[in-house]
Ligand binder design. Sequence first.
Ligand code: 0X9
Ligand code: ZN
Length: 388
Amino acid sequence: MQILLNLANKQWELLPTWRNESGIKALVSSQGSGELVKLLAEHHIEHQLLIDDLSPFVRAQRAENLRSKSRYQLPYIDVLGGFYTHEEINTYLDSLPERYPKRAQIRHMGWSYERRALKVLTISNGDGRRNKPVILIDGTVHAREWISPSMALYIIQQLLDNDAENMELLEDYDWVIMPVVNADGYEYTHTDSRYWRKTRKPNDNIECIGTDLNRNFAHEWGHEAGSSSDSCNETYRGARPFDQPESQVLRDLLLSYSGRLSWYLSLHSYGNYFLLPWGYTRDFPDNYYDMLDVATTGAMAIVHATNGIYTAGSTYHVLYATSGDSADYAKAVANATVAMTMELPAGGFSGFDPWVSHIEGIVTESWVGVRAMANDVIRRYPSNHDHK
Ligand code: 0X9
Ligand code: ZN
């Protein structure tokens, strides 16, 4: 395990994609595979080649996606019918205020490093009441986690199109949704490299590109245990906190709601986890057990609906140490009452690449959880009606 962990993220881009008590499945670049096999043999680690070349699989998925998407005409999209690019998602978002003039509002928050427009949607019930408390959801902080923007889009459609069922969620709360934070990385996974995680901004060390946005936030930034100072590593934290335009935008968005941010939910994949602060320390925030109750409500709703199993707890304890991630920042600095990372279910070969035909099952199941948690948050932290 230690040998593999030492190799992970290093020169061969080793990506552990799955593990249990008896084995580990990993993805490695073609240049590195020979040397990896040699090293495993030297250390007497039993191993087996599962797939020699993953590119036919990636191409097959790409073809499935393009075929399925071609049935729809922008700006209308079918969230369940494909994975959409950043540009397609922006076109869809931009169409919403026209369709829902009283209920949907788009804010252009800034630009990615490669100058893609970073947009945020606010959904309300249209009653004109200002300064309601807020549920803030982001997606695609990590580029390859494609089910994340799909889930953000599904939530948008539930709140806007399925209003009869979901209007109560908007009675005293506004929802703020940013489906794609890491726009450049996400685009790159569509065009060049399906398993890219980080941003696309070059580093001083010209060999390696990109920073892990979820290690670039200023709260307890830079701990060696939860992030890397090596720009070639997948959890590279950047040279300084917030030296990425995309994390600056998410920071500004979070701070603009501090004081009325009841729930911050960051959509990632994969692993079926509800992860709570802190990531950087074994200690717990003051209201940890309230947050855990909310997460448990989500886990219970999902297990009742589909038998899907989620684990809830602090990132440090149930996953691994992280430092400088957005949930810790939202809790500590933007004063989120509940801050949470949701690791959606795995799909496909690597876990990051569900087939188009699997989107519906994942997002409908996850919506059961998100809806139950939203109701729980709304019940626990009722809005102050004096804000007019
Ligand atoms: O490592 C991460 O950034 C997240 N996992 S992922 O596999 N999607 O990369 C988990 C971050 C969770 N951190 C907090 N909730 N504080
Ligand atoms: Zn992630």
